[in-house]
Write a protein that binds this ligand. Structure first.
Ligand code: SF4
Length: 110
C-alpha cells in the first residue's frame, strides 16, 4: 500500500497550515512598525547631530538657505505623516518630524 504522507496525516497537515499562518503573520507584523506606530515615535530634536547637519528646523519660515518659500516637511517626498502635525521621515528613521518643519534634505513630493 502506498500513501502520500502529507495528505494522509491530518496532524501533519494541521502543523503545516498553522506554521504557514504564523509565518504570514510574522511577515506582516515585521512590515507594520514603521507606519503603524508613527504616533509613538519621539520627535526629532534640534540637537540631534543629523538634524544639525541638515539644518532641520521645526519652523520652515525660519529655515536658512537653500530653503525656498512654500517648502516644508508636509510637502516633502520623505514625509509620511499625512495630515498629522508630526510624522515619520525617511531621513530620520525612528523619529518624527514636524509637518511645518524643513531640512536641507527636502525633496518636493511627487
Ligand atoms: S527630509 Fe523632508 S520630511 Fe524629512 S525633515 Fe527634511 S524636509 Fe522634513
Amino acid at each position: 500500500m502506498t500513501s502520500n504522507s502529507t495528505t494522509s496525516n491530518p496532524g501533519r497537515r494541521r502543523f503545516f497550515a498553522t506554521a504557514g499562518t504564523g509565518l504570514g503573520a510574522a511577515v506582516i507584523a515585521s512590515a507594520l512598525p514603521r507606519f503603524a506606530f508613527a504616533d509613538d515615535l519621539p520627535h526629532l530634536t534640534l540637537d540631534d547631530p543629523t538634524a544639525k547637519a541638515l539644518n532641520y528646523t521645526e519652523d520652515a519660515s525660519k529655515a536658512p538657505a537653500p530653503h525656498q518659500a512654500g517648502q516644508n516637511c508636509a510637502n516633502c517626498n520623505f514625509f509620511h505623516g499625512g495630515s498629522d502635525a508630526y510624522g515619520p521621515c525617511d531621513l530620520f528613521m525612528g523619529k518624527s518630524v514636524s509637518a511645518k518643519g524643513w531640512c536641507s534634505g527636502y525633496a518636493k513630493k511627487a
